[in-house]
Design a protein around this ligand. Structure first.
Ligand code: ATP
Ligand code: MN
Ligand code: MN
Length: 301
């Protein structure tokens, strides 16, 4: 049945016009996942993923020889990705203009895989309104000693506090160790205001419960605590995109879930690139709880 479903998923995937070379190259040696499988995964989940990732600047984790070899984080490019990966000029702090990448369709995602990419990270704003974020993200980074239940509880705690401020949020399983709490925004406020809100919120968390939360990046201060990484909310910062694969053992993927579903999760990486059928089934018949759905602005803190 699983194999049948997997075949169906491949059959239902959007038509792809990008040639993927070296399909048999093992990108994830531990789980024997190949470049071809990764390309098929992105093609299959493109309808789920694109509402979140299309038309926003992306950065890519590229591992051309697989995740066991050299990987690098790529933010700009002058055209080597081909016609399906677009460029948007962005004025940087130093006055220079850099071409950031964005995709609009499944071909764009597969073109990234063709170029050796595994992970897709994204800005908190779209190319149409670069200066006005449409999402806020709290990246919860637990100390290694903590159980996933601690991270889950922390995410739920944030949900409650955000809810008290009138803000709807949802959890994103990072595919790694932590959870991202994402707040969809109506693109109105600009980066400095959004970043400021995120920082104040994170500092208030630490102040209210310093044994549990830390808003300071230094690893030493994290002992037994959860670092509330609010720094993902600056202009030019990125966070892992929903349904992105991760360049980690087992080919896990980042998955948005409901708060009810989070309660049943035992870790932040329950799905992998071989679970496209499962992910599509889960998402069917359920509205996307994410960007573009909520209509909400940040209150003053
Ligand atoms: P985990 O749950 O395991 O922490 P994560 O995706 O949250 O997974 P982090 O190390 O906390 O991993 O990184 C948070 C975000 O910071 C990433 O999703 C990514 O967008 C950004 N980031 C990570 N590495 C780099 C890098 N080398 N350069 C720029 N941004 C990065
Ligand atoms: Mn993290
Ligand atoms: Mn982090």
């Amino acid at each position: 049945v699983v194999a049948e479903r997997a075949e169906q998923v491949v059959a239902d995937a959007p038509a792809i016009h990008v040639k993927v070379s070296n399909r048999d190259r093992e990108i994830f040696p531990e789980s024997t996942v190949t470049k071809g499988e990764l390309a098929d995964y992105y093609a299959a989940v493109a309808p789920l993923m694109l509402p979140w990732v299309a038309e926003r600047p992306i950065s890519l984790v590229r591992c051309p020889q697989g995740r066991g070899k050299k990987c690098f984080f790529q933010k700009h490019d002058a055209g080597s990705f081909g016609e399906h990966v677009h460029q948007v000029p962005v004025l940087e702090k130093d006055g220079a203009t850099e071409n950031y990448l964005y995709v609009s369709d499944a071909d764009g995602l597969v073109a990234c895989v063709q170029m050796g990419s595994i992970e897709v990270h994204g800005w908190g704003s779209t190319v149409a309104q670069l200066e006005k974020p449409d999402r806020l993200v709290f990246d919860l980074d637990p100390d290694e000693d903590l159980d996933f239940a601690d991270t889950r509880g922390a995410a739920e705690h944030l949900q409650g506090l955000l809810g008290d401020l009138g803000l709807v949020s949802f959890p994103l399983l990072s595919g790694g160790k932590g959870v991202h709490v994402v707040v969809p925004l109506t693109p109105e406020a600009e980066w400095p205001a959004v970043r400021d809100f995120a920082e104040r919120f994170a500092r208030a968390l630490e102040q209210a419960d310093p044994a549990r939360f830390v808003a300071n990046m230094a690893k030493a201060k994290r002992k037994g605590r959860i670092f509330v990484d609010y720094l993902r909310n600056g202009r030019g910062s990125t966070a892992i995109m929903p349904y992105s694969a991760r360049a980690r053992a087992g080919a896990p993927v980042a998955v948005p879930v409901s708060w009810a579903e989070l309660r049943d999760m035992r870790d932040a990486h329950p799905f992998c690139v071989r679970d496209a059928a499962k992910l599509i089934e889960r998402a069917t018949g359920r509205g996307l709880h994410g960007w573009g759905v909520a209509d909400q602005v940040l209150p003053d803190l």
